[in-house]
Design a protein. Structure first.
Length: 232
């Protein structure tokens, strides 16, 4: 299971496309290779955030749980990033740092994970290779901070599809036949069902991420659940 945890990428990615369009008009003709990054707010009790790149605020509205951006083109290289609590007055700056150089021609998903007291970015490399005919690619990411390692399996005691995934870990993108699946999340290695998922339909040729969200002991909007992202 491949996992990256880069604090700078989490907040950089929600705004990068706007940086390119609003801060550098000459980039309309730029054909240099870019990185592609999607950012997802997966911290159940965290507020929305505003982001400044090189001291320019570039998001028009706060990114909030459990929403995600589209894939955004990110200029390779080093950026200074400041992360402010959205709407705070006076401004509360949570982070102020320079990024390492970002790599071109790669796709990433960057999640804001964990409870707000321990909020952290968790970055995964996205393999967007097209599925074979009749197939979809699906991966599962565990982002429920207080839940144990889990298996994702066919409902009603069926076969395990994604096995023994711990918090902040991901399965690989796995080929599945296009169709509708009834799935359940079990405590890893047991028959104990922690969450029954609504039917999940995957379409021929598409690529999906399903991630566990919320708290095992949560209620309302913070309750344990699952979110589906269409990567491609």
């Amino acid at each position: 299971m491949k996992k990256f945890s880069w604090i700078f990428l989490l907040f950089l990615t929600s705004v990068s496309a706007l940086v390119l369009s609003s801060c550098n008009d000459d980039d309309d003709d730029n054909t240099d290779p870019q990185a592609r990054v999607m950012v997802i707010h997966a911290s159940p009790d965290a507020p929305g955030v505003d982001v400044l790149v090189d001291d320019v605020k570039v998001n028009s509205s706060p990114l909030t749980f459990p929403n995600n951006s589209a894939y955004l083109d990110v200029m390779p290289g080093v950026r200074n990033v400041k992360v402010n609590v959205a709407g705070s007055n006076p401004v509360v700056t949570a982070l102020n740092f320079n990024t390492p150089a970002l790599e071109a021609e790669k796709s990433y998903s960057a999640f804001a994970g964990n409870a707000v007291a321990n909020i952290e970015p968790i970055l995964f490399t996205d393999d967007l290779t097209s599925p074979a005919a009749g197939k979809a690619h699906v991966r599962f990411i565990h982002l429920s901070p207080d839940a144990p390692a889990v298996d994702v399996a066919l409902a009603g005691g069926g076969a395990v599809v994604f096995g023994n995934v711990s918090f902040k870990e991901s399965s690989v993108f796995t080929p599945l036949d296009a169709g509708t699946y009834n799935l359940e999340v079990r405590v890893a290695g047991t028959s104990t069902v922690a969450l029954t998922l609504p039917p999940v339909t995957v379409e021929n040729g598409k690529i999906y991420t399903v991630f566990a969200k919320g708290f095992l002991a949560g209620t309302g909007a913070q309750a344990l659940g699952a979110q589906i992202i269409v990567n491609k």
